[in-house]
Design a protein around this ligand. Structure first.
Ligand code: PNS
Length: 159
């Protein structure tokens, strides 16, 4: 049986921090499904299709990584996908409280699904999509934080 894992998120947009986590997960599991939450109260800058396209471009060459879209409860989706675990990135203590609550709640409302936390390289500790969007909006260079085509998409959005 293949060990399938879900890596859920908004990915608005995908960053080098996300990609670092995906790479690590792909070395631990047989299949990694990067799962884009379609409807979120966060009102994303990019549409679902744009976010999926940027992820697809970013994971080219990672043979056991797929992209998918989901809506509704994450644990129901994970069950439908036969996933054995959920991956979340943990950058700093500030992430911990929210992630801890979500992991325990997901475990409680499912048949005990495990959340596996992976720490991206420490050079990405300060990196998140919100900051990248803000930098791009203010016309700062984001090439150190996202792949080239994502930087280009950000430039188009704010031009
Ligand atoms: O990258 P994000 O925005 O921090 O990801 C948050 C995400 C998508 C993992 C979370 O919002 C989620 O799982 N949403 C689906 C709805 C759900 O299952 N909510 C209950 C969580 S305890």
């Amino acid at each position: 049986m293949k060990k399938i894992v879900i890596y859920p998120g908004t990915f608005d947009p995908i960053t080098f921090g996300h990609l670092d986590v995906i790479q690590r997960a792909s070395e631990l599991f047989d299949v990694v499904i990067v799962s884009v939450l379609e409807n979120t109260a966060k009102r994303p800058l990019f549409t679902k299709d744009e976010r999926v396209e940027m992820i697809k471009e970013s994971i080219k060459g990672m043979n056991n990584v797929e992209v998918d879209v989901f809506d509704g409860l994450l644990v129901d989706y994970a069950k439908r996908k036969n996933a054995i675990a959920i991956i979340r990135g943990l950058r700093a203590v500030s992430d911990f409280e929210y992630e801890f609550q979500m992991a325990l709640m997901n475990r409680k409302i499912s048949n005990g699904i495990t959340t596996v936390f992976l720490m991206p390289h420490e050079k990405y500790t300060y990196l998140n999509s919100t900051i990248v969007r803000e930098l791009a909006r203010l016309k700062s260079n984001v090439m150190d934080f996202v792949p080239t085509f994502v930087a280009e998409k950000l430039r188009e959005k704010f031009s």
